[in-house]
Unconditional design. Structure first.
Length: 148
């Protein structure tokens, strides 16, 4: 008599079955998690982050390089300029486009090596989704408030 060769199969799932199940779950999660990004909201939040980071960089650079740094707004652009005391001129070092928003500033804040600012600046950023107000105090403190 011949003996039957039994192949024993362990209980559980194969690697292929687990991979397939995980890929299906991942696709369902990705499809269901993003019903749609509001582009106006995104543009507003990106603009606020750009302005805030540029103001912070201006203050840091001013203290680090021991020279005045100005942040100004011209149309849809945000500009960071350094003052050259030998030539008595401002030189634009960085210029960024603020898309999909309107920006109104009371003045162009100038940061000095002591970490202070020339005078109080109020910057209003808005679009159809909402509005933010960024205030730069004379001490160099930057405050962001949502205003609707």
């Amino acid at each position: 008599m011949k003996k039957k060769n039994k192949t024993s199969r362990r209980p559980g799932y194969s690697l292929l079955e687990i991979s397939l199940a995980l890929s299906i779950i991942a696709m369902l999660f990705l499809l269901g998690s993003s019903p749609g990004i509001n582009p106006k909201k995104h543009q507003l939040e990106v603009a606020v982050r750009k302005v805030h980071s540029t103001l912070s960089v201006a203050r840091f650079r001013s203290v680090q390089r021991q020279l005045p740094i100005r942040v100004s707004f011209s149309g849809p652009f945000l500009e960071l300029a350094e003052y050259d005391s030998q030539k008595s001129e401002w030189f634009v070092k960085n210029r960024e486009l603020l898309e999909g928003v309107e920006v109104a500033a009371s003045n162009s804040p100038v940061f000095y090596p002591q970490g202070t600012v020339s005078n109080l600046a109020t910057i209003r950023i808005n679009n159809e989704h909402g509005a933010y107000q960024i205030t730069v105090a004379i001490t160099g403190r930057i405050k962001i408030v949502r205003t609707d």
